[in-house]
Design a protein around this ligand. Structure first.
Ligand code: NAI
Ligand code: MG
Length: 352
């Protein structure tokens, strides 16, 4: 399997270096060949492009991408475009899967279990990149693109995932469709209609719908009530950050961006300029991306059955090592500890 590694800016290189150390410590049986590529703000300043053609080509030629974080300025910079948003679209990675659980977190002991996944549409909505200023410069307009095709495939993905989770845990699976169709009548109206159509094809699922603001309140207050949440691009971006609080915060939140043929794995967090270069970034979100990568590889039809078993076994071993480290430490400062990125990484490798 070919893995393109893009570490990016800020703490991106620190946490991706940790993830690669772990990956290389696992087993040569995994047969993963890594190729390094550049993207982000530093790359933009050096080359004039945040996502150079060579990087795009390496990502397109790979089976999967491991992505750190990039520092995108919040003001407009001519020629700068967020490379992660561009990559998701270039590789048509339409499903952003963001799991959150508090299982095994020391701080969550005695709390009701949270185990939910936000499935976020990843290629359209308000992040379709259709923004403009009127000629007088006094009005800014962003177009929100919702298509039947985009809605159908993301909701199908969410329903399939809920079915798999139900089979694994033996509990009744539920999908919550989140929208704002009472205000965004046309765009979220279409998303809602298509979502309910698709969901009907899964009679074993409990289906509910929530308006996004109500969903945000429930996510903050009663996350145990959720199983799989499916929503449009920006709502999913925001809701998944709320959800990740219950899973120990941004330092532990990982995500998979999945298309038909390829996938990209990345921590949910950004470049964290406030702690970059100090060696204290929590590497667990990036290390969990390696587990997500192996779990994804274990489902891919292009790998022989025996190889899929190898991926699955090493994913489980890595999950166990992460669980032990979560429980016993060492922990970085964001989790209340005093350990460095390197100390946590070494502990994971020892446990594996
Ligand atoms: P951020 O996620 O970088 O940081 C938010 C807060 O969480 C900071 O206090 C940071 O120190 C902390 N944090 C994040 N990851 C951590 C980790 N692994 N261990 C310990 N603490 C951690 O979000 P922020 O500050 O809003 O954005 C900073 C830059 O990152 C911006 O330029 C933004 O555009 C970019 N960004 C990039 C993303 C990506 O590449 N996918 C996602 C989000 C933001
Ligand atoms: Mg985000």
């Amino acid at each position: 399997m070919k893995l393109c590694v893009i570490s990016g800016d800020g703490i991106g290189p620190e946490v991706i270096d940790a993830a690669l150390q772990v990956l290389h410590a696992l087993s040569p049986e995994l047969k993963i060949e890594t190729v390094i590529a550049q993207a982000g703000w530093d790359t933009f300043q050096a080359t004039g492009s945040a996502l150079p053609d060579t990087t795009r080509a390496l990502a397109e030629a790979a089976d999967a991408v491991l992505f750190g974080a990039v520092a995108s300025p919040s003001h407009a910079v001519p020629g700068y475009q967020s490379p992660i948003v561009a990559l998701r679209r270039a590789l048509d990675l339409y499903a952003n899967i963001r799991p959150t659980t508090n299982t095994g977190l020391p701080a969550a002991s005695g709390q009701p279990p949270v185990d939910l996944v936000v499935v976020r549409e990843n290629t359209e909505g308000l992040y379709a990149g259709r923004e403009r200023l009127t000629d007088d410069g006094h009005t800014a307009i962003a177009e929100r693109v919702i298509t039947r095709r985009g809605s159908e495939r993301i909701v199908r993905r969410a329903c399939e995932l809920a079915m798999q989770r139900g089979q694994r845990t033996g509990t009744a699976p539920k999908v919550t469709i989140v929208h704002k169709a009472n205000v965004l009548r046309v765009s979220d109206g279409l998303f809602r209609t298509v979502a309910l159509e698709v969901a009907q094809q899964y009679p074993a699922l409990t289906i509910e719908e929530l308006l996004v603001d109500t969903a945000a309140m429930h996510l903050a207050q009663a996350p145990q009530r959720f199983d799989v949440i499916v929503t449009t691009n920006m709502f999913g971006d925001i809701l998944s950050d709320i959800a990740c609080i219950h899973g120990g915060g941004l330092g532990l939140a990982s995500s998979a961006n999945i298309g038909e043929r390829q996938a990209l794995f990345e921590p949910v967090h950004g470049a964290a300029p406030d702690i970059a270069g100090r060696g204290i970034a929590n590497p667990l979100a990036a290390i969990q991306c390696v587990a997500l990568l192996l779990e994804w590889a274990a489902t891919r039809p292009e790998h022989a059955e025996a190889q899929r078993i190898v991926y699955d076994q090493w994913a489980q071993r890595l999950r166990a090592a992460i669980a032990t480290t979560l429980c016993n430490g060492p922990h970085t400062p964001d989790m209340g500890g005093t350990a460095t990125t390197a100390e946590v990484t070494t502990a994971i490798i020892e446990h594996v």
